[in-house]
Design a protein around this ligand. Structure first.
Ligand code: PMP
Length: 345
């Protein structure tokens, strides 16, 4: 994969795409005006909500399917199984539809109704399970693994399948490097599987080393209720607090996260992320979900630490419409003592 950071960026909108999977990636990098002005830095968000399935996880889904095809474990008409907070399930189901596979998706029932409804709409064989910690055998990841074993299906295993981060190393990172003209001082994003952070970080390191320039600073963005901030800061994975954000936060070091070149971490409380989500929407016309708010908050903190004139990139993971019933629902937010966007009342 050493050449991946400069060779295989996906083509983007200006190129004909033969099919839906060919339209995954190649997303715009958007300058975040207010965040940039407030910090006297240049802060950019990679618009992953523009992928065909509406999230950054389309990249992992495609990379995992293509890896399974190459290894010969996924055969025509085959069935994939995955445990997911929703977005990977959407990406896998859509790519599977395009390629003639079937998909069984196991998901905790606490995830947003919008994601659950969308998965049903696109024909996923959806199995909702009660939310349980990873150490419990009823956790959605273990349920999906057992289903795959029992049925002889292909388990996508996004958390520990390195095809996930290699997909980001081969596409997300070189796209950012090209779009930024090789001038990136820092990259920050949150982790669910860790595929986006680790793969993009490794790919940016590949590109910097090839160009003979200093590698960007890599900052992990973490919500409350996740162990990763403590892991980066003190090698301590213990967890406290909670977050309404979905798809991010982790209590273990996944195979995808293992060995990632992480320099620092920021822990972002929900109110800080929500204020940013509302500002991105009303000041800049960008509708994003909870993890994007955590990411942009971390980019702003990173900019303040680095000082004026630096160039920082983060990920806009998915769109706000996926969370209308939570992030934009005054009753839900007030029930959790969280800020409500003024125009919603
Ligand atoms: N944001 C959202 C909305 C997600 O669904 C996910 C994945 N669950 C992430 C961020 C984290 O991405 P990764 O799995 O690559 O760490």
């Amino acid at each position: 994969m050493t050449d991946s950071a400069t060779s295989s960026a996906r083509p983007g909108w200006h190129t004909l795409s033969a099919d839906m999977p060919g339209a995954v990636g190649g997303t715009p990098l958007i300058r975040l005006r207010k965040a940039s002005e407030d910090t006297s830095c240049e802060i950019y968000g990679k618009a992953e909500f523009m992928n065909p399935g509406g999230s950054v996880k389309d990249r992992a889904a495609l990379a995992i399917i293509e890896d399974a095809e190459r290894r010969g474990v996924l055969k025509p008409g085959g069935t994939l199984v995955e445990g997911t907070a929703g977005n990977t399930g959407i990406g896998l189901t859509l790519v599977a539809n395009a390629r003639g596979y079937k998909c069984i998706i196991v998901m905790p029932e606490t995830q947003s109704q919008e994601k659950i409804g969308f998965l049903r709409m696109i024909g996923a064989d959806l199995r909702l399970v009660p939310a349980k910690p990873y150490r419990d055998e009823g956790n959605y990841v273990h349920v999906s693994r057992r289903l795959a074993e029992e049925g002889g299906y292909v388990w996508a295993n996004q958390f520990d399948n390195l095809a996930n981060r290699e997909g980001h190393r081969a596409t997300t990172a070189p796209e950012i490097w090209q779009q930024m003209d090789g001038k990136v001082d820092a990259f920050t994003c949150a982790c669910g599987t860790g595929g986006t952070l680790a793969g993009t970080a490794m790919g940016l390191h590949d590109a910097a080393s090839k160009a003979g320039v200093k590698a960007p600073r890599i900052v992990l963005a973490d919500p409350e209720g996740s162990g990763l901030y403590g892991w980066v800061k003190d090698n301590d994975l213990s967890v406290s607090g909670s977050s309404i954000t979905e798809g991010i936060g982790q209590s273990r070091v996944t195979a995808n996260l293992e060995g990632a070149p992480i320099d620092d971490a920021e822990r972002i409380p929900d109110p800080e992320a929500l204020d940013i989500i509302y500002s991105l929407l009303i000041d800049e016309g960008l509708s994003v979900g909870g993890s994007s708010g955590i990411n942009v908050a971390s980019a702003i903190r990173t900019a303040r630490k680095l000082g004026p004139g630096h160039r920082i990139v983060t990920i806009l993971c998915d769109g706000g419409a996926r969370y209308e019933s939570k992030l934009f629902n005054p009753t839900f937010l007030r029930g959790k003592n969280l800020p409500v966007a003024p125009w919603l009342d």
